[in-house]
Write a protein that binds this ligand. Structure first.
Ligand SMILES: [Zn+2]
Ligand SMILES: [Zn+2]
Length: 171
């Protein structure tokens, strides 16, 4: 008990600053996980790095996947992309976005919408999936976001990446 009193009674040094999302951050960072009163449907907020481009999303993702393809590596700067697919009518975007369209290996087009200020992609749309938006899972900055169930482009996976055992391999 003496130890506890010592810890609580004195100003602590070398303490990391407490960063609270939604307190002094960019617009849209407030209330990343909002549970509306009297409504069982949760609302999630996705944001670019600087917070100027945000999306409020209701409903659960139709699919959450990990993609190891080289285009996702180039886009994210990470060694794989993780994205959640939501119905478009469940996604309300606010803020200015610019678009970049590329043609993937399997044809069609995929258009990425990113913040012109910080460059982070907030959502994208793919030809053939007109009813949906893809949202990078990292944009939720929420470690409790549901895990991916599907993985694609395994042949491009970095050898050290270990996937959950229950994930379904599509290609
Ligand atoms: Zn931004
Ligand atoms: Zn990919």
């Amino acid at each position: 008990m003496g130890k506890l009193e010592a810890l609580t009674g004195k100003p602590r040094q070398n303490q990391a600053p407490v960063i609270e999302w939604g307190r002094g951050g960019g617009a849209g960072h407030a209330d990343r996980w909002v549970q509306p009163e009297g409504d069982s449907m949760a609302e999630r907020v996705a944001s670019c790095s600087c917070g100027r481009l945000t999306a409020r999303i209701t409903g659960e993702p139709a699919r959450i996947s990990v993609c190891h393809c080289l285009a996702c590596q180039l886009r994210t700067g990470s060694v794989f992309g993780v994205q959640a697919r939501f119905r478009r009518e469940d996604v309300a975007v606010s803020g200015e976005a610019r678009a970049y369209t590329r043609i993937p290996d399997d044809g069609g087009t995929i258009t990425f919408h990113f913040c012109p200020n910080c460059g982070a992609t907030l959502y994208y749309e793919a030809e053939g999936l007109e009813g949906y938006y893809g949202i990078p899972v990292g944009a939720f900055a929420d470690p409790s976001f549901p895990a991916p169930r599907v993985t694609v482009y395994l042949d491009r996976k970095h050898s050290w990446v270990v996937l959950p055992t229950d994930v379904e391999h599509e290609s």
